[in-house]
Every structure is written in structure tokens, then in C-alpha cells.
Ligand binder design. Structure first.
Ligand code: ADP
Length: 520
């Protein structure tokens, strides 16, 4: 049994609506065309009947004389033609098939045999009263135009009647003549055509709608296939794609857009998966350490000193844990767009100078010479806190990975060539060191979250960071409309170049450096 819900679903479907629109349009078109055709046909048929009557009127004027009867002396309607001539006989017979001749007072004139000049067919239409005929005579004389009327016979056949005035031979008085012609033939033709439309319209409508239904189904079948393919895509098989048909149409474009969206979703999903794996891994290490310290305190420590040491170590790991959590929170806020930049116009050189000054003490402690080459000023529209974070991350990394006696150098300068390329002036902040460098195979990954370059061989490994610093630096550069690049030569040093949009810098360059490193 067909349920109401199924019917509703069907009628809401695109296929049904397309077919219904097409069928309605087709029906209106058919009705319009046949209507116009009907009107045209009916007017043509009417003109034909009028033409026949005009021809008969002209013939009547050639064969009819209104004059006194030779025998009786009475005025009569006499027809002059040769009865032996078949053409003349046929014409006069035709004219006299539906006719009436009266004097101007509406009295029917006698013919040659003394019979009233009115045919049986005309009688069937009903002869008007003398008064009405007199009125007609006056009207046609006044307007000099024939009268056209439609009358129905007793048998129910419509006739077109042309009436007007003729004069006797001496033009003494007007006489009334009416000629009729049956409309039966033209009405029959019209009826036959009408029946034909009535039979053809529903048939062609049904056929047209059926074809429309099939065509809409065929046009929409790729959409159904695409929807089915899309349904198969779930979080566990995001690698599936909807196959394109290479038709280059709107549907292909839609499929392409959808596939690109799935690409992005897959990327985000992959990132999320990787992130949760990394996070659980990162959290497990300090948690295991804390557990170890507590176990030491519980089961093996005996002296106060041992207890204190275990607790101190546990506290250090807890610190690291909360440090990780803080960094993660910041990063997730940044990536989800919740961290709104507080941009203001400021002097970038001043920010860099402050940071370099703050790092002088740790640099001295690490016996590394930290210097800066800065222009007098460098106005830029940036978020001060984030730019400070970017520089301090790069500086702390540079100091961490540069051995004693090395150098770290910060430069702010115009970025060559970028203005012509992108139409916006850029400056670059370069942080370079003479540290351990990064092997080429690690370079593409150092901006990834939690990525730390494994320490090489026997070299003493610097204190392990979280592997989050550079990913945050890359994010800051990106949200400021800038980029970050790295070049490195293992054993010689590393150079990070951050390019930021800024109108350009003053010309004077000044140097800022820590005192010469005291060699131990
Ligand atoms: P971390 O907090 O561990 O320093 P980062 O994301 O800041 O994490 O850096 C990722 C990795 O890149 C570091 O583990 C380190 O191996 C490498 N690295 C970063 N800066 C430098 C540098 N200036 N010299 C050498 N290696 C570096």
C-alpha cells in the first residue's frame, strides 16, 4: 500500500518538481497554441462565409430586377437569367436558396410567378416584422453599409445573413434584400478541430510528462549516485572520494568542491588524531615520573632528605605538566581562532630591543655573545604580546642550541624583493646563531607540534623542550600575514627569517651587543 509519507516524499523530490514544472509549462503552451489556432481558424472560416455572401450579393445585383410585372403590372422581384445555361442557373439558384426581397415598408415582393420572394430556408430563420425591416432599410441607407446578422434556423443551424438595399430600374424607391448562408460546414470543421485538440492535448501532456519524468530522472541520477557515495564517507573512511564524471558541468564542480572539503576534513581529522596521540604521549612521561617519585617516597625513602628529594622531583614534573597544559591550551586557542590579536601600531625595533636586552643575562650565563643590528625605528601594525612571544621563542632556542663561546645575532631589515612581488612592503626579523644546527631531514618537521630533533650522538643534549615553541612561532607569523623560513648547516648554525608586512624602516642602523664573552 502506498503510504501518505511516501507520497509526500515523492512530491517534495526535485524530480517530481522538475516534471511538474515542465508539465505545467507544456500544458500552458499547448492550451495557448491551440487557443490561438482556434481563434484564427474560426475567423478564417467566418471570412470565407462572408466572402461567399459578398459574391452572391454581387450576383444578385446582376440577375435581379425590381420592376412592374409585364402581365399583372404589379412591382415584383424578377430574375433575369438563361435557365438553359447551367452556370447561370446554379448561381441564381444559390442566391435564391436563402433570400428575402421586400419593399421599403417590409412587404414581401412577388416574383414572376406571383409567389412571395422568400425562400423556404429563409422562412425557417423567421421573417422580421415590416416595422423592423423598415428600420433596417433606414439604417443601411443612412450608413451605406450592409447589415450582417447571425440567425438560427428552426433546425438549429446558424446562418450568416447579409442584408441591404437595392433600387428599382428608375431609382425611385429602395427595396430590402437579405441573403443567408449556412454556417453548418464551417462550424463542423471547427468542431472537428476542437475534438482533435481535446483528444490530442491530454495525450501529448501525458506523453510529455512521462518523457519529462524520464529525463529529470536521468539528469538527477548522478546526484543520487553522488549522495550515495557521500553517505559511504564516514570518520573511519575519510579517504573515500566521490568519483567525478569528467562532464565539466555544475555537478562535477559540486563534487569537486565536496571532495576538497573532505580533503580538508581528513587533514583536520588526521591532525586531531595526531594531536591526541602526541598529547597523551607527552602527558604520560611526566605522570610516570611523578608516580615514580611518589613510589620512592612511599616505599624506599627513609631519611627526610630522601623524602624531600622525591617530593622536589615530583614537584618539578608537576611544573612541567602544567607548563605543557598551558602551552597546549594556548595553542588550541590559537588554532581554533579564539585567540584574538590585539594589534596596535608600534615600533618593532623597540620590541626586538627589549627582548634582546632581557636575554642578555641568560646569554651571559651561557657564555654566548648576543647582539642585534636594528634600524632607528620600524613602525608596524602587530600584536605586541604575540610578537614578543615569537622573538623570545626564537632567542631562547638559539641560546639553548648554541654552545659556549658562540654567537646569536638578531637583525631587523627590509625584506628584499617582496614589495614588488606581493605589492606590500615587508620587513624581516632574522635570528641566527652559530649553534649545533639542524640536519636537513628534520628541517621540514620542526614547525610541527611536539616535534623535537633527537639529540645527535655523544653531544650533550640541551634540556628537552616541549616541541611546541616553533609551531606557535609559525602560527604568530601566519596570523600577522607573514612567513617564517629556516636555513641550517649542522655544526655551523641556524638562521630563522620571519617576514612581516610593515611599511619599511628608518635608515639609521644601530648595534646592540652584550659585552665580549669571557672565555672560561
Ligand atoms: P622546543 O621547545 O623543544 O625547543 P621548538 O618547537 O621550539 O621546541 O623546536 C623544535 C626543535 O627544533 C627543537 O627540539 C630543536 O631540536 C630544533 N631547534 C629549534 N631551534 C633551533 C636552533 N636555533 N638550533 C638548533 N636546533 C633548533
Amino acid at each position: 500500500m502506498v503510504r501518505l509519507r511516501d507520497i509526500r516524499r515523492l512530491t517534495r523530490g526535485l524530480r517530481f518538481r522538475l516534471t511538474a514544472t515542465y508539465a505545467t509549462f507544456f500544458a500552458l503552451l499547448l492550451i495557448g497554441v491551440t487557443g490561438a489556432f482556434h481563434v484564427r481558424l474560426s475567423s478564417t472560416l467566418n471570412t470565407q462565409v462572408q466572402d461567399v455572401l459578398e459574391q452572391r450579393w454581387a450576383a444578385m445585383k446582376g440577375y435581379l430586377r425590381i420592376e412592374p410585372n409585364y402581365d399583372t403590372g404589379k412591382i415584383g422581384a424578377l430574375w433575369y437569367y438563361d435557365p438553359k445555361d447551367p452556370d447561370e442557373s446554379r448561381i441564381v439558384l444559390g442566391v435564391r436558396s436563402v433570400y428575402l426581397v421586400t419593399d421599403e415598408n417590409g412587404n414581401i415582393l412577388p416574383d414572376l410567378e406571383g409567389q412571395p420572394s422568400v425562400s423556404e430556408a429563409y422562412k425557417d430563420l423567421g421573417v422580421d416584422s415590416p416595422k423592423s425591416i423598415m428600420a433596417d432599410v433606414r439604417q443601411t441607407q443612412a450608413t451605406s453599409r450592409p447589415l450582417w446578422t447571425t440567425r438560427r434556423s428552426r433546425q438549429g443551424v446558424d446562418y450568416l445573413v447579409r442584408s441591404g438595399v437595392v433600387f428599382d430600374e428608375f431609382h425611385r424607391a429602395p427595396y430590402f434584400v437579405a441573403l443567408g448562408y449556412s454556417r453548418a460546414a464551417s462550424q463542423k470543421t471547427l468542431r472537428e478541430f476542437s475534438l482533435l485538440y481535446i483528444a490530442v492535448i491530454p495525450g501529448s501532456l501525458i506523453l510529455g510528462s512521462f518523457l519529462g519524468w524520464i529525463m529529470a530522472g536521468r539528469a538527477l541520477s548522478p546526484v543520487r549516485a553522488a549522495a550515495q557515495a557521500a553517505q559511504r564517507i564516514s570518520s573511519s573512511n575519510l579517504s573515500l572520494r566521490i568519483p567525478t564524471r569528467n562532464a565539466g558541468d555544475e555537478l562535477d564542480y559540486l563534487i569537486l568542491t565536496f571532495n576538497r572539503m573532505i580533503d580538508r576534513l581528513e587533514g583536520s581529522f588526521q591532525q586531531m588524531k595526531q594531536f591526541s596521540t602526541d598529547v597523551s604521549h607527552e602527558l604520560r612521561t611526566p605522570l610516570t615520573a611523578i608516580r615514580g617519585q611518589i613510589e620512592v617516597a612511599l616505599f624506599t625513602a627513609q631519611t627526610t632528605e630522601q623524602y624531600r628529594e622525591a617530593m622536589f622531583n615530583a614537584l618539578q614534573d608537576i611544573d612541567r605538566l602544567s607548563q605543557i597544559l598551558r602551552a597546549l591550551f594556548l595553542l588550541s586557542q590559537a588554532e581554533s581562532g579564539q585567540l584574538v590579536l590585539q594589534k596596535s601600531r608600534l615600533d618593532l625595533c623597540e620590541v626586538v630591543r627589549d627582548q634582546v636586552e632581557q636575554f642578555q643575562i641568560p646569554a651571559e650565563a651561557a657564555a654566548v655573545r648576543l647582539s642585534a643590528e636594528l634600524p632607528a625605528e620600524c613602525p608596524a601594525e602587530v600584536d605586541r604580546v604575540q610578537i614578543e612571544r615569537l622573538i623570545s621563542n626564537l632567542l631562547s632556542n638559539a641560546l639553548k642550541f648554541t654552545p659556549e663561546g658562540g654567537q646569536v645575532m638578531v637583525t631587523v631589515r627590509d625584506a628584499p624583493g617582496l614589495a614588488a612581488e606581493q605589492g606590500v612592503e615587508h620587513i624581516e626579523i632574522v635570528v641566527e646563531d652559530t649553534g649545533c644546527g639542524i640536519a636537513a631531514k628534520h628541517l621540514p618537521h620542526i614547525f610541527d607540534r611536539f616535534y623535537r630533533v633527537p639529540s645527535a650522538g655523544a653531544a650533550p643534549a640541551p634540556e628537552q623542550g616541549l616541541g611546541l615553541g616553533l609551531s606557535f612561532v609559525a602560527w604568530i607569523a601566519k596570523v600577522h600575514g607573514g612567513t617564517i623560513d629556516v636555513e641550517s648547516a649542522p655544526g655551523k648554525g641556524t638562521r630563522f627569517t620571519v617576514k612581516l608586512p610593515a611599511p619599511g624602516i628608518g635608515s639609521v642602523t644601530m648595534e646592540l651587543a652584550s659585552p665580549p664573552v669571557a672565555q672560561s
